[in-house]
Design a protein around this ligand. Structure first.
Ligand SMILES: Cc1ncc(COP(=O)(O)O)c(C=O)c1O
Length: 402
């Protein structure tokens, strides 16, 4: 039956997030889910937030509950400009746009930089949510060759031929979602130089950079090429995602367009949330709080690393992440992580099949495991079940081998 509503071409391009669809199945009671990308709720500083809400509502109730400026709460913009200095970014508060999560930042970037058919370069694999955010603006995705450190510098030289007019390269140098990989300092230098030589600006997304385990990551990509880079940050993984607070640090020439896009999208990010978060973090709270998240996640990472070594069959490959929230597993020849998911869920565990994170040519043999939502004991139990599921599948694959 034809509909009264003729939908836009961009609506036809939108898809439900495969992860959210999978989570509906996998977050059932009794399933040990390593699928979700959620930070551990045990790390949320509830008492500090409660006190800050009370203070904001006592000191500035009417200002906090009124419409606010599209740019963001001035003291929070100031805080961000100070904070990113540690990443080598020298930006004025006027270059900081507070967004409703960095996910909105990605949407605004798509809105002002993408055009139908114009190329956008992404890592292989990349953050699924960015593909979703950019897709309605109808870019042509080009996958940049990547390895265990992220994007390979020589892939930029090919863009001039394969994807002329590439609008930007979307890069995740720190503990990338989904692979957990981090870019070395040498690679950063090469990548930025290659992007600059190719005339391709960088959109740097860094929600996980503070979640390092042994040593902080090298300075940001943006610090090496400030006029050619947009930097996206988030409070979701260091405080709580519930406030939906992120930010873009943009070159001055781009800021007015981003601001117009932001105004059109939602006028402003909730002023109450911004004031509460600023109240919590203004006195160095994150410097005391984030180390406790790191310690917890590191213990979880260690538990998963040990369990994977003990239980996964030969032929599976992975890197031990030095921060962030994810392991990325490559299964042996002949495996299809999506096809295996039902069996895994029946056995009581869940993961995210990796194929969804590829803009082109999905790798069916990959899967993402989060190590931050289960306790170390449950991680060990879950990985043991995963190992059993994989070994049984391996026997089936070998039986059918010619
Ligand atoms: C790489 C990456 N970018 C952006 C986001 C969105 O984060 P936010 O909660 O700030 O919107 C996520 C969320 O998981 C992410 O993994």
């Amino acid at each position: 039956m034809s509909s009264l509503f003729l939908q836009a071409r961009r609506a036809a391009r939108m898809n439900p997030s495969i992860i959210r669809e999978i989570l509906k199945v996998t977050e059932k009671p009794g399933i040990l889910s390593m699928a979700g990308g959620l930070p551990s709720a045990d790390t949320f500083p509830v008492e500090a937030i409660k006190a800050a809400c009370d203070k904001v509502l006592t000191d500035t109730p009417r200002e906090a509950l009124q419409y606010a400026s599209s740019e963001g709460f001035a003291p929070l913009r100031q805080w961000v400009a100070e904070r990113v200095k540690a990443l080598g970014i020298d930006a004025a508060p006027e270059q900081v746009l507070i967004t409703s999560g960095s996910q909105q930042g990605l949407d605004l970037v798509g809105k002002i930089l993408c055009d139908t058919g114009a190329p956008v370069a992404v890592e292989t694999p990349t953050y699924l949510g960015a593909l979703q955010a950019f897709t309605p603006y109808e870019p042509l995705f080009t996958s940049l060759a990547s390895d265990h450190e992220g994007v390979r510098p020589e892939s930029f030289a090919r863009l001039a031929h394969d994807a002329p007019g590439t609008r930007f390269a979307y890069l995740l140098p720190n503990y990338q979602n989904p692979t957990g990989r981090v870019m070395s300092e040498a690679r950063r230098a090469e990548v930025v130089e290659a992007a600059r030589a190719a005339g391709v600006p960088i959109v740097e997304d860094n929600p996980y950079g503070d979640l390092w385990f042994d040593a902080p990551p090298p300075p940001s990509l943006s610090s090496r090429w400030p006029e050619g880079s947009l930097y996206l940050g988030s409070f979701s993984k260091v405080l709580t995602p519930g406030f939906r607070l992120g930010y873009i640090v943009a070159p001055r020439e781009l800021f007015p367009k981003l601001l117009q896009a932001k105004q059109a999208a939602d006028l402003h990010t909730p002023g109450f949330n911004q004031r509460v978060v600023h109240e919590v973090i203004r006195d160095g709270f994150l410097d005391r709080h984030v180390p406790s998240i790191r310690a917890r996640y590191k213990a979880n990472r260690d538990a998963m690393a040990e369990a994977l070594k003990a239980h996964l069959p030969a032929g599976c490959e992975w890197q031990i992440p030095e921060g962030g929230m994810f392991f990325w597993i490559r299964l042996p020849e002949g495996f299809d992580a999506m096809a295996l998911l039902d069996t895994a869920v029946e056995a009581g565990i869940a993961y995210v099949p990796g194929a969804a994170f590829f803009a082109q040519q999905p790798d069916k043999r990959s899967m993402r495991l989060s190590f931050v939502t289960l306790t170390p004991d449950l991680i060990r139990e879950g990985v043991a079940v995963l190992g059993r599921v994989l070994r049984e599948q391996l026997e089936r694959v070998e039986e059918h081998a010619p």
